[in-house]
Design a binder for this molecule. Structure first.
Ligand code: AR6
Length: 190
C-alpha cells in the first residue's frame, strides 16, 4: 500500500494507494461537505464502513458538529471528530471531518488557501487528540473538482510547514484511491 515517503524533521509523510477506510492510522480524515451530509465519494465510503447505514453516521456527525462547533455547518479550517465505530477493527480510532474548497476544474490562490486551512485544521486536531498517525484522502480532488496535482503539492507544503509544530503526530498519510492517481502523485513527489 505504501508507495514512497518523505521526512520533515520528526514527521514522515507517506504516500499510499487504496481504500482509506482500511488504512491503519489512528485518525482518518473525511473530505466532507460543510453540512456533513456524506452523500458520495470517500465520505459515503467512510460513513458506510463506520456505521453500516450511512444515514446513521450522518446523524452521529451532525450531533457531534452541534456539540463541538455549536452550529449546523463548518467553515474551511473547522473540523468535527466522530468515533471510527466498525473501522476500529483496523486500528482507526477517529474520523476527522474537514471541508475542502469546491474548484469545478479551476485553481487559484484563494482555493489553495482554503485547501491549506482544511488540511491544517485536521492536523492540529490530531495534535489535540494526542495521536501519532493520521491519513488523508485527496481532499477536493474528486466531486469538488480541484486538480489532483495541485492538491498533492498543497498537501506536501502544508505537511512541511506543520512539521515545525508537530509533537504527537509522527506519520501523515496521503491515500490515493486509484492506481492512476497514485502514479500521478508519485511523479509529483518523486
Ligand atoms: N479511499 C480513499 N480515497 C477515496 C475513497 C476511498 N475509499 N473513495 C474516494 N476516494 P471526493 P471531494 C478519493 O469526491 O472532492 C462528497 O459527496 C477520490 O478518488 O470523495 O472533497 C462529500 O460529502 C478523490 O481522489 O471528495 C462532499 O459533498 C478523493 O477521495 C463532496 O463529496 C476526494 O474525492 C466532497 O468532494
Amino acid at each position: 500500500m505504501n508507495l514512497t515517503e518523505l521526512t520533515f524533521g520528526n514527521l514522515t509523510f507517506k504516500l499510499a494507494q487504496g481504500d482509506i477506510t482500511k488504512l491503519p492510522a489512528e485518525a482518518i480524515v473525511n473530505a466532507a461537505n460543510k453540512y456533513l451530509e456524506h452523500g458520495g465519494g470517500v465520505a459515503l465510503a467512510i460513513a458506510k464502513a463506520a456505521a453500516g447505514d450511512p444515514y446513521e453516521y450522518i446523524k452521529i456527525s451532525k450531533e457531534a458538529m452541534r456539540e463541538q462547533i455549536g452550529r449546523n455547518h463548518i467553515e474551511h479550517g473547522e473540523v468535527v471528530v466522530t468515533p471510527a465505530l466498525n473501522m476500529e477493527r483496523f486500528g482507526i480510532k477517529y474520523v476527522i471531518h474537514t471541508v475542502g474548497p469546491y474548484c469545478g476544474g479551476k485553481w487559484d490562490e484563494n482555493l489553495k488557501e482554503k485547501l491549506k486551512k482544511a488540511i491544517l485544521g485536521a492536523l492540529r486536531k490530531a495534535e489535540e487528540l494526542n495521536i501519532s498517525s493520521i491519513a488523508f484522502p485527496a481532499i477536493s480532488a474528486g466531486i469538488y473538482g480541484c486538480p489532483l496535482g495541485e492538491v498533492v503539492k498543497t498537501f506536501l507544503k502544508v505537511v512541511e510547514e506543520f512539521s515545525g509544530e508537530a509533537e504527537s503526530v509522527k506519520e501523515v498519510y496521503l491515500v490515493l484511491y486509484s492506481k492512476k492517481d497514485a502514479e500521478r502523485a508519485l511523479k509529483i513527489l518523486g
